[in-house]
Design a protein around this ligand. Sequence first.
Ligand code: ZN
Ligand code: ZN
Length: 245
Amino acid sequence: MRTCFGKLARACQDLCFPPACLACGARLPDSVGPLFCSACAVHVRLLNEPLCRCCGRPFPWAAGESHTCGPCLKKPWQFTAARAVLYYSEPVAQAVHAFKYRGNTTGLATFRQLKDRLRHLDSLADADLIVPVPLHVHRLRERGFNQALLLARALFPAQRRRITPFLLTRTRLTVSQTGLSGGDRRRNLKNAFAVVAPEQVAGQRILLVDDIFTTGSTANECARTLRRAGALEVRVLTLARVSRE
Ligand SMILES: [Zn+2]
Ligand SMILES: [Zn+2]
């Protein structure tokens, strides 16, 4: 009975708000998801293993097990592991852009469906605290929402009580990281974050959530701040990862 009602409710919703491809906007027959048309879906790539155990860099042409990549062996990060659901390339980039800059939240259920296909991400849900990368208060007012918080809630619905959006804050309004080199990104973010209540962080295993992993500078700076406040471990999950294969 409940299933029938659910199907009827979905059919009514689909009639009022016709489901469309998150990337190209093509009409879809239903909203069961993932919301990508067949032409776009073939280019949606999940970040499967083998990966770098630390930074999550994919080894798409390598056979065998995940291992630590050369750059991570040379220069360790402040986080122990960074993982992502999707490659940041078209059509995913368009879907992420619509979510982040146009506030299109219809993709959140799709993002969760895709994340749930990657079993190697299951262990991330064990974290004591889930911390979305914060926006500066000015940017939050401008945008009206923090995309990292919405993602954390969508990707970890069963861990909602462990999501702590106000523990880490952005103390400086930094310029956009887009277009900056790796070094400039690091300088731009230096001391840009602070922990509001270090006693809540001390000894905790933290999962940091963000939308895109580009050079890793943001995740690394947040992890540094959390570890300085006493966090036992910081792992990272982003929706998408810019891949330099
Ligand atoms: Zn499409
Ligand atoms: Zn690595």
